[in-house]
Design a protein around this ligand. Structure first.
Ligand SMILES: Nc1ncnc2c1ncn2[C@@H]1O[C@H](COP(=O)(O)OP(=O)(O)OP(=O)(O)O)[C@@H](O)[C@H]1O
Ligand SMILES: [Mg+2]
Length: 409
């Protein structure tokens, strides 16, 4: 609807009897106040709108039915509007201006009484006051609209920001998944290099040293030291290469690599390991197997570095739909604030965040239960849903996350 200028709002006049209407029109016209004389109460009802300034009507027209109809129309005004009505009363002790009459007009709201006979100066003064009040209402309306527009703009900016954050989070997630993959590939490459290059050279050096021992004095302490150092280097290189990426993982699958790793972890750390692994697991997509292995590695490293536990249990359960890897220690537990921060922001160390990202990527779930008696880390990866493609064999299921913490006290 086009907005009317508020500088010359028309005054509605409904005075069907006598000469009131003509008088009002003439007086207001002389004061350059626009009027709109209406022939019926229905016309008045229809004309009361945002673009009208005030209404003048004599008390004779205010029968019960008229008051009800006008009150209904006025109640439909917007909240900022309080439409001014000037009611022309009789003079002095008019019965119509008794208390009852005043009460019965209350539903009309903003009513001013003006006694007849009308004096032009009083009429103009009352009408001007009504129009000034009406203009204030328009200012309130404009202010409310501006505020609503500002709120709307703010809401849209907030929504845009949220969506930007979502996009950025998704981009970061894709990046971290990519980084994990690059890291896996790099570890695999370095492991192979160590094995094929340094490992082979060291083996050749060992053979040469063995031959040297046959040709010269085998009891030479220098020779003995050199052979010992080369043996140790061969063993260290092999261990490093296998830790980086055990060849068993590619050759025999997660279960064999897990058995080997848990065993070696126990030997290196002195922590008693209690593996409970199924005798047989179908080969899983490569990324699933690598993810399970890396999760196992990180969970055991955390047990060693943080828990103080003397024992660790490793369970693998599998059925057609899921593989579940559980690592349980009996140490001091993850501190509650660390765990809360991890679930809220993922911002603790790289290890747990990496586990979570790997699981998310594969549509899996992570649960961590921790209290003063120890920690249970449970990683669940869908097995049946894994879509195997020739390159990366990634699953096409939505990711989910399960949070579970036992109270720390
Ligand atoms: N089994 C555990 N027992 C007790 N606290 C643990 C355990 N695992 C993790 N935590 C706590 O959770 C924190 C986060 O672990 P996370 O693996 O993410 O990082 P980190 O091990 O400190 O460093 P890195 O990035 O090298 O893995 C640890 O610093 C430790 O306080
Ligand atoms: Mg860690």
């Amino acid at each position: 609807m086009a907005e009317a200028s508020t500088s010359n709002l028309p005054v509605l006049v409904f005075a069907p009897f006598g000469k009131d209407a003509a008088l009002i029109e003439r007086v207001l016209h002389q004061s350059s106040i626009a009027t709109l004389v209406l022939p019926s109460v229905q016309g008045l009802e229809a004309a009361i709108c945002e673009d009208a300034g005030a209404a003048i009507l004599p008390e004779e027209v205010l029968q019960n039915g008229t008051i009800g109809a006008l009150a209904q129309r006025l109640s439909a005004q917007p909240p900022w509007s309080d439409f001014p009505i000037i009611v022309l009363t009789g003079s002095g002790m008019s019965t119509a201006s008794t208390e009852w009459a005043v009460r019965s007009r209350a539903p009309l709201g903003n009513v001013t009484l003006l006694e007849r006979p009308l004096r032009p100066v009083t009429l103009i003064s009352a009408v001007r006051s009504a129009l000034i009040a009406r203009r204030r209402q328009y200012e309130v309306r404009d202010h409310l609209r501006e505020r609503a527009a500002a709120e709307d703009a703010l809401r849209r900016a907030h929504d845009a920001l949220e969506s930007l954050v979502e996009q950025r989070t998704a981009a970061l997630r894709r990046l971290s998944v990519k980084l994990l993959r690059v890291q896996d590939e790099e570890r695999r490459r370095i492991a192979r290099e160590l094995h094929d290059s340094l490992g082979q050279d060291l083996t050749a050096a060992k053979i040469s040293l063995d031959m040297l021992a046959q040709e010269s004095d085998p009891a030479s302490p220098h020779l003995r030291d050199a052979r010992m150092l080369v043996d140790r280097s061969i063993s260290d290189t092999r261990t490093l290469s296998h830790l980086l990426h055990p060849p068993l993982l590619d050759e025999a699958g997660f279960l064999s690599a897990a058995k080997w790793h848990v065993d070696r972890f126990g030997q290196r750390s002195g922590i008693t390991t209690k593996p409970d692994l199924p005798s047989h697991v179908h080969r899983l997509p490569r990324r699933t197997e690598v993810a399970l292995f890396r999760i196992l590695q990180e969970a055991l490293t955390n047990v060693h570095r943080h828990s103080g536990s003397r024992t660790v249990n490793v369970f693998v359960r599998t059925d057609e739909s899921v593989v579940v890897l559980t690592v349980q220690d009996f140490g001091m537990g993850v501190r509650r604030e660390v765990l809360d921060r991890f679930w809220k922001t993922g911002n603790v160390g790289v290890g747990l965040a990496g586990i979570r990202e790997r699981l998310k990527e594969l549509g899996g779930a992570l649960e961590i239960e921790s209290n003063l008696d120890g920690t249970i880390l449970k990683a669940t990866i869908p097995a049946s849903h894994t879509v195997i493609d020739s390159n990366d064999r990634s699953p096409a299921v939505p990711s989910q996350e399960v949070r579970s913490t036992l109270p720390a006290d």
